[in-house]
Design a protein around this ligand. Structure first.
Ligand code: PMP
Length: 352
């Protein structure tokens, strides 16, 4: 073997959900928003001055940071913006998780956490969720080099009450605790109100789900000035210009259109609650989702068989062949019309 081959970094990459592009497909596999972004985003994109592409964007992503800070009522130096929350969380791992002690996260959670840990050579330990897939904060009262919790968790869709999140942060004040709030807008109480109380807390959010902008790649973190400034330094040591001009402008319009945000979020929550009932009628059991997706298992039929049947009908949902969850499906909430197509297909398959 050539010497250089030994020195290639070996990683097991994250596997994103597939992105098929068929005319009449029902795509419920990657938790995208089924509605378009705000009409204000449409307007700004249509009037985009391409001369802006000649220039580098502002390295501090000023306009977007300003809009996010104002919306969340925090200081501008408490906000970090990145290329989706994947970029933001990855940057946070690189910045904060440099102890020799293992970082902690649940055994069932966002499957990118262990990928970043491996990439950055961060030791980690997974903490099993209980039989109902719930996270017990007391399980995190062990020595660690940091903690990351998705709240609500994914793919389980379960919310952890704010008191439990606070208990976990309080017991871990020698570590940075990251709360990944990718799905918080669909009904979970945010840990944002704890930001000024705990300087070791970092919250990450995304425009990909509730703001219908997965394709723009905008994510952000809110934390103490000290944490944000540490992340900025690491970012500027790697790539100063992460956000592109159109995304910055579109992001500002999206966050400023609160009425539209509420409208589509409420529609998704309403469809979700109806979906819980419909799927229960079809023999599914699931967690009490507080997100824009459901995590369900059928009492009699294998998840994999359902997955394959739905795929044959161009209906895409997500499945993981992983311990504890290999008989579950994760179904993103679509429009009412898309969900009706799902129910009909399921009815057809299950009655066979
Ligand atoms: N956190 C969780 C829990 C997620 O499910 C996702 C979406 N895959 C992300 C973060 C990243 O989303 P994005 O990079 O689109 O902001």
């Amino acid at each position: 073997m050539s010497e250089w081959r030994k020195y290639i970094r070996k990683v097991t990459p994250y596997t994103p959900g597939e992105q098929p592009n068929k005319p009449n497909m029902v795509k419920l596999n990657t938790n995208e928003c089924p509605y378009p972004p705000s009409p204000k985003v449409d307007e700004i994109m249509k009037s985009f001055n391409t001369d802006l592409l000649r220039l580098y964007p502002s390295p501090d992503v000023g306009p977007l940071v300003k809009a996010i800070a104002a919306y969340h009522n925090v200081d501008e130096n408490q906000v970090f913006v990145g290329v989706g929350s994947d970029d933001v969380i990855g940057m946070a791992f690189l910045t904060f998780f440099n102890s020799k002690k293992p970082i902690l996260f649940p055994d069932i959670t966002y499957s990118f956490y262990d990928v970043w840990a491996d990439l950055f050579r961060i030791p980690y330990k997974t903490i099993p969720v209980d039989d109902n897939f719930e996270i017990n904060p007391k399980d995190y009262n062990i020595e660690n080099g940091g903690v990351i919790i998705a709240n609500p968790n994914a793919p389980t869709a379960i919310e952890m009450p704010l008191a439990a999140i606070e208990e976990l942060i309080k017991a871990n004040q020698d570590s940075i605790v990251i709360v990944d709030e990718a799905y918080v807008d669909f009904g979970t109480v945010s840990a944002l109100e704890l930001i000024d109380k705990y300087e070791n807390l970092l919250i990450t959010r995304t425009f990909s789900k509730s703001r219908a902008m997965a394709g723009a790649r905008i994510g952000f973190a809110i934390g103490s000035e000290e944490l944000i400034s540490a992340m900025q330094s690491v970012k500027f040591a790697y790539n100063s210009y992460t956000m592109n001009q159109p995304a910055i402008l579109a992001g500002v319009e999206a966050i400023n259109d609160d009425a539209y945000f509420r409208e589509i979020r409420d529609k998704i929550v309403k469809t979700r609650e109806h979906a819980k009932l419909r799927l229960a009628e079809l023999g599914f059991e699931g967690t009490n989702s507080m997100t824009n997706f459901l995590f369900v298992t059928h009492k009699e039929v294998d998840a994999k068989d359902i997955l394959e049947y739905l795929k044959s009908k161009d209906i895409y949902v997500r499945y993981w062949n992983k311990p504890r969850i290999n008989n579950y499906l994760r179904i993103s909430i679509g429009t009412d019309e898309e969900m009706e197509k799902l129910y009909s297909a399921l009815e057809e398959f299950l009655s066979e």
